[in-house]
Design a protein around this ligand. Sequence first.
Ligand SMILES: NC(=O)c1ccc[n+]([C@@H]2O[C@H](COP(=O)([O-])OP(=O)(O)OC[C@H]3O[C@@H](n4cnc5c(N)ncnc54)[C@H](OP(=O)(O)O)[C@@H]3O)[C@@H](O)[C@H]2O)c1
Length: 253
Amino acid sequence: MKDKHARPFVAATFAMTVDGKITTKNLTPVDFTSREDKLHLFRQRALADAVLIGHTSLKRDNVRLSLPAELQQARIRRKQTPAPLRVIVSNKGRIDSELKIFQSASSPILVFSTMQMPRKTQAALGKKAILHLAESDDVDLGEMLRILRSQYRVRKVACEGGPTLFRSLLERGLVDQLNLTIAPYMFGGTKAPTLTGLSKEFLPASVHCRLIDMRIVGEECFLTYRIKHRRRWNQTAPGDADAARVRPRSLDK
Ligand SMILES: NC(=O)c1ccc[n+]([C@@H]2O[C@H](COP(=O)([O-])OP(=O)(O)OC[C@H]3O[C@@H](n4cnc5c(N)ncnc54)[C@H](OP(=O)(O)O)[C@@H]3O)[C@@H](O)[C@H]2O)c1
C-alpha cells in the first residue's frame, strides 16, 4: 500500500559569500558566482521532478526556471519530462502574472498559496498555472510536499530558495540535502540575508550538515551536505554530548 504521508526528497541549492551572505541588503539580483556555478544550479534542477521557489526570489530575480536544451535532451533520454514542474510558494498570493516564468511554457507551473490571493490574481494566474489555495493563513509546506508526491508523482524537489522559504522548510525538518557553493567574496552587513535569512532567532532544533562531497573549481568550493534534523534544543537529553557540543551558548543560561 502506498504511504499517503510520504514526501519527496528535498535538495536545496544556494550560493553564498565567504561571510555567509546570499545577496545584498536590497535583495537586488547580484551576480557573484561563476559560469560553473550557474551550470551546477541547472544540473541540480535537471535532476529533480519539481523545482521550488519562494515568491520574493521569483519576483526579484524574475527567473523562468527552465533548462538549457542539452539538459532537456538528457532528461528525455532518461525517460523524464523535458523539464521539472515549476512550483511557486506564496502566502499572500500577490503574484504578478506578467513575470517571465508565466511567459515560458517549458513545464507546468503550480502555485501553492492561500485564499488571501486576490480574486483578480486568481483569474489571471489560473490561465497560466495550477492553483492550490489553502483556507489557512499560511501554506502548509509539509502538506504541499505530500501533494506533490501523491498527485504529481514528484520524488525529488530542487529548492532554489530563497532563505525565508529554506528556513521554513528547515524548521519543519523538510530538507534532506544542501548543495552549497562558496564564492570568493565578502559582503558584510547585518541587513544582507544569510543562508537562513535575517531572523535573529535560533532554529528550533539543531541541524547537522554531514559533508558528503566537496569539489573546488577555480576559486569556488562546491559542497554537498546530507541534512540531519535533530531533537529540539530543549529536548536534549542530559549526557547527549554530541547535541550539547552544538547547543548555542545562550540557550544554556
Ligand atoms: N544566493 C543564492 O543562492 C540565492 C538563492 C535564492 C534566492 N536568493 C536571493 O534571496 C532573496 C529573496 O529571499 P527571501 O528570503 O527574501 O525570499 P524567498 O524565500 O524567496 O521568498 C519569501 C516569500 O515566499 C513565500 N513563503 C516563504 N515561506 C513560505 C511558507 N512557509 N509558506 C508560504 N509562503 C512562503 C512568502 O511569499 P508572500 O510574501 O507572497 O506571501 C514569502 O514572503 C533574493 O534577493 C534572491 O536573489 C539567493
